[in-house]
Design a protein around this ligand. Structure first.
Ligand code: SF4
Ligand code: SF4
Length: 392
């Protein structure tokens, strides 16, 4: 039954070639349920989607709201964090949203990881390995990377760099699309970046943007002061989840936010990216970014998170598990994707800010934490949870 359902929803064309000895694939997924096509290049990571296609296969120009199966899954393979337990995150001013200093749980088993990967084969493009800790410190790290590739899924991950070694960097080169090192401003951050670059890995920096770090971000962007050779700096918005404090959340009307986006709008010797949580800010402040290149919150629409405990939520920042589904032999990823909690999550985006002209691109921003949305428009409607909180 499950197989037939899948065949109805999606059809895949795969173009396989060999480039310098490596298998390169370009996928086209024909999403028959939501009437669009998407393409993914396993070599470059390039990902494009058509608009909704009409009955003659012509693009209507309307962005499809969601896919029939996630295109990217954030797989929280780590249940505990060696780096976090040392207190180095706190020292660096990073409030871990997974509470890595305080919570210690088992890592995901290889069997569970394989179960996920096998369901994703040909339907999902990438697995972002993560969770509470550095995936390169998982006891079966190489197995996880190998299983991803065996199932035609490109593995990527973010690390503090604390335990990176030249040997691990070689594994990353063999299997990963890209590796991101979190910007902890320490010697091990810079060493890990150099190890990855020396191994030929596409290396990004993940920079958490909050009240306490925005001055440095503006200054470094002004001076292009990030290590030479990196592919991109990706700015991740600080969120009040886990150990992340409310006090560090940036306000829309903080003048430094406009200065920051003015820097994002400029050319740099490296690419500058941001998480989809920043999209309302980019829409409201940037002039040189192609709107077509922006994708607002993809949680529950094109991506989701599965933790080491096999609980699936639309986004890893749902730390209160308001939209959780426990995966099991009976409850597959596809079942969870179509479950009531995921429908409730999406309904928030569908209903957001009906009178705003930017609605199609922004959808009201984050459905979990409205306080992180960079928007001061009077057309904005604030989701009900926050209104309830305010009235208490
Ligand atoms: S739910 Fe919020 S935190 Fe998660 S991806 Fe969307 S905007 Fe970002
Ligand atoms: S009013 Fe809503 S949809 Fe419009 S830019 Fe603001 S948050 Fe986004």
């Amino acid at each position: 039954m499950e197989g037939k359902e899948n065949e109805c929803n999606q059809q895949h064309s795969v173009l396989v070639s060999v480039d310098r000895g490596a298998l390169v694939m370009k996928y086209i997924i024909d999403d028959r349920k939501y009437h669009f096509k998407s393409a993914f290049d396993t070599e470059t990571g390039a990902y494009v989607r058509t608009g909704i296609l009409d009955e003659n296969g012509r693009d209507t120009g309307v962005d499809p709201f969601m896919a029939s199966f996630p295109h990217l899954i954030d797989v929280g393979v780590m249940g505990h964090c060696i780096h976090g337990r040392t207190g180095l995150c706190v020292k660096a001013g990073i409030g871990c949203y997974q509470s890595g200093l305080l919570v210690e749980q088992p890592n995901m088993t290889v069997e569970h990881f394989r179960w996920i990967a096998e369901q994703c084969k040909g339907r999902c493009n990438q697995l972002a390995l993560g969770g509470r800790g550095d995936p390169d410190q998982h006891e079966c790290f190489e197995d996880l990377l190998r299983i991803s590739r065996e199932n035609n899924l490109v593995p990527n991950f973010t690390t503090s760099g604390y335990g990176m070694t030249p040997e691990l960097a070689v594994l990353c080169k063999k299997y990963c699309g890209a590796v991101a090192v979190s910007w902890y401003r320490s010697e091990y951050t810079l060493n890990a970046i150099q190890m990855l670059l020396s191994a030929g890995v596409k290396t990004n920096i993940h920079y958490v943007l909050g009240r306490n770090s925005i001055d440095e971000a503006i200054d470094r962007l002004e001076r292009n002061a990030f290590p030479a050779g990196i592919n991109a700096v990706i700015f991740l918005l600080h969120k009040p989840a886990g150990q992340g404090s409310k006090a560090n959340v940036l306000d829309f009307d903080d003048p430094r936010v406009a200065q920051f986006f003015a820097q994002v709008d400029r050319q740099h010797p490296f690419k500058v990216g941001m998480d989809s949580c920043n999209v309302p800010g980019a829409l409201n402040y940037c002039r040189n970014i192609l709107p077509e290149s922006l994708d607002t919150c993809e949680g529950g629409r094109y991506s989701c998170y599965i933790g080491a405990d096999m609980v699936m939520v639309p986004c890893s920042f749902d730390q209160q598990k308001r939209y959780e589904v426990q995966l099991s032999e009976e409850t597959t990823i596809e079942n969870a994707w179509n479950s009531d909690p995921f429908v409730r999550f999406r309904d928030k985006m569908r209903a957001a800010c009906p009178n705003c002209e930017k609605r199609a691109l922004c959808m009201g921003g984050c459905p979990l934490m409205p306080e992180i949305v960079f928007c001061g428009s009077e057309k904005r409607t604030i989701p009900t949870e926050i209104e309830k909180e305010k009235s208490l």
